[in-house]
Unconditional design. Structure first.
Length: 191
């Protein structure tokens, strides 16, 4: 049964991502609303109220959590949204149309928030699962709508080294080798 659930999850990931939702890359138009993503959790107090920051390791591309003024303080990332009308989901961009948040990982257990440049079905690294433009924003809380049959998926803070945290989407059913703590990612409008 568990194999069937994993197979359904993997097959839904393969087809969940739009191939080319927009025509051309461009900076956001004047008046675009920007947001930051803030983690809320009671299960990992040191991750609570931290903001998603730009990846600190250029070779890894994974977003981390950062508390402004804290030990691992980085620059909280600013994002803007573009709606993909065909699915009613959003792409989350961090500077222009070429860079956006993707969910990526070696398997479907943990898909990390990753900085992707011009993501497409043709540039997914070998052995990786990746999806983008599958985000929802109901009640200013980030979610994912990608056709998966798994209903207990949630964002989690994944313990890194020292007091660092990565952000991932957990499938909600599989065992994880990582230390994970459920979080809610809130969209906070930047003034």
């Amino acid at each position: 049964m568990k194999t069937l659930i994993v197979a359904v999850a993997l097959s839904s990931l393969a087809f969940a991502t739009p191939l080319a939702p927009w025509e051309a890359s461009a900076p956001p138009p004047a008046g675009t609303t920007f947001y930051q993503l803030q983690a809320k959790t009671s299960s990992a107090p040191s991750a609570n109220n931290q903001y998603v920051q730009y990846p600190s390791n250029p070779s890894q591309y994974r977003y981390q959590l950062s508390k402004p003024g804290g030990e691992n303080a980085g620059t909280p990332a600013k994002f803007f949204l573009r709606k993909y009308e065909a699915t009613g989901t959003y792409a989350i961009h961090n500077s222009d149309d070429t860079r956006q948040i993707a969910l990526a990982g070696d398997d479907s257990v943990l898909l990390y928030l990753t900085d992707a440049t011009n993501p497409s079905a043709g540039n997914i690294p070998g052995g990786q699962l990746m999806e983008w433009a599958t985000f929802t924003t109901e009640g200013n809380v980030l979610g994912v709508k990608d056709g998966s049959a798994l209903t207990n998926r949630t964002f989690v803070a994944v313990r890194g080294t020292s007091d660092s945290w990565f952000v991932a989407l957990y499938d909600g059913v599989s065992s994880s080798r990582e230390m994970i703590y459920p979080i809610t990612l809130n969209l906070v409008k930047v003034a």
